[in-house]
Design a protein around this ligand. Structure first.
Ligand code: PLP
Length: 398
């Protein structure tokens, strides 16, 4: 028998992946242009040309032993210094390259930090709905994820009072994912301030350190001028996990960083242990070529306006048809209220129109579905006929 926990995980493999496979099946049957697959957060708009230029430039001009060789586990010092300076200029911080560890995407960074921080039984708070892989990342190290519901009435903002009530002497960390997957909501600075005040008060009450883990793969994807707060400015014990998977459309290249500011509690210990964690988890170091690429592209991003146009197309199309959605301000997800209580029935109904999206239960929040609009504009336009037919079925149009 294999590891029992993994046998369970394999048996309950993510609904998002199942959707992906269902999408491929439908595309083979009906042709890809007739299937409207909103299930995966895989960017449609490509990396900017500067990424390709950087790749060729690095390969043509740099020593191959540098480009492809082993390096310090934390990543190339010059790459980390460039990124630190970029962070300081942008957010008015004063970190150095020593505060950064290059990681294998946001997922790699989260695993490094949980391996570093968690003792078995330690609790990690997360506002729900949330990205379900957090369950696994925390479980990997014997931690216990503690979801706290964000109320529908506040537009799915984290609830400071409920979070305060969930914190115990075993709380080691809280995850904030802003802009949020799956809701597409951006938490305003006032909400972050309220959460920081709760964490400060609870640290004092219990005499513990509670680390705020800011999972930021969607930082650059904010619309209508929504401000994405830089959490280290709000709360001293903040550790940031960033990734270029979405901002540069590079999810397959696996590149991100962890920012561990010197002012956090037990900095020296956390920093040293995080460095070793990455190595012994088997990452060893982040991909060398793409460390060098992001160094050259630190000011670049994918076509964010194109996502904004998609957002408007989808949001306006759906609300005109009578659907209700959380106000989409960031990431590339729209959080759509199911017209029937059981959102899984809505998912099944949508499949009849070759429309695929993910049930809210997959993010610990039934009653909603997640529509990922990192797709072609044609996919959104083509899906409207099916959405209109379902609006009729459910009597949404008055
Ligand atoms: N965190 C959230 C909230 C995500 O949505 C994702 C990917 O979709 C990740 C982390 C993992 O990102 P990466 O591909 O950079 O590891």
């Amino acid at each position: 028998m294999i590891n029992e926990k993994m046998a369970n995980v394999a048996a309950n493999n993510s609904a998002v992946r199942e959707m992906f496979e269902e999408g491929n099946r439908l595309k083979a049957l009906y042709g890809p242009e007739n299937v409207f697959d909103f299930s995966l957060g895989n960017p449609y708009f490509p990396a900017p040309d500067s990424v390709k230029t950087a790749v060729f430039d690095i390969l043509n001009t740099m020593d191959p032993n540098t480009v492809h060789g082993y390096m310090p586990n934390d990543g190339f010092p010059a790459v980390r210094q460039t990124i630190a300076e970029y962070i300081n200029n942008r957010f008015g911080d004063n970190i150095t390259g020593d505060n950064l560890i290059m990681t294998v995407g946001a997922a790699g960074g989260m695993n490094i930090i949980f391996k570093t921080l968690l003792n078995p039984g330690d609790e990690v708070i997360v506002p729900a709905p949330y990205f379900l892989e957090y369950d696994r990342y925390v479980e990997n190290y014997g931690g216990v994820l503690v979801p706290v519901s964000s109320p529908e009435e506040t537009g799915f903002m984290p609830d400071p009072a409920a979070i305060a009530a969930a914190i115990t002497p075993r709380t080691k960390a809280m995850i904030i994912n802003n802009p949020n997957n799956p809701t597409g909501v951006v938490y305003p600075p006032a909400v972050i301030e309220a959460l920081a005040a709760v964490l400060e008060a609870k640290q004092k009450e219990y005499g513990t350190s509670i680390y705020l883990i800011s999972d930021e793969p969607y930082r650059e994807l904010a619309f209508d001028g929504a401000e994405v707060a830089y959490l280290p400015k709000y709360y001293r014990n903040t550790i940031v996990g960033y990734s270029w998977s979405k901002s540069l459309s590079l999810p397959g290249e696996r590149i991100g960083y962890l920012e561990i500011p010197s002012r956090i509690d037990d900095y020296e210990l956390v920093r040293a242990a995080a460095s070793i964690s990455g190595r012994i988890l088997g990452f060893v170091n982040a991909p060398a070529l793409f460390q060098l690429v992001v160094q050259r592209c630190v000011n670049e991003s994918c076509d964010i306006d194109a996502y904004d146009r998609n957002r408007k197309l989808l949001y306006e199309g759906l609300t005109e048809l009578g659907y209700t959605c959380a106000k989409p301000e960031g990431a590339f997800y729209l959080w759509l209220k199911s017209p029937v209580a059981d959102e899984k029935a809505f998912v099944q109904e949508a499949k009849k129109h070759n429309i695929l999206f993910v049930p809210g239960a997959s993010f610990r929040c039934p009653g909603y579905v997640r529509v990922a609009y990192c797709v072609s504009p044609e996919t959104i336009k083509g899906s409207m006929k099916g959405f209109a037919a379902m609006a009729e079925t459910y009597g949404l149009k008055k």
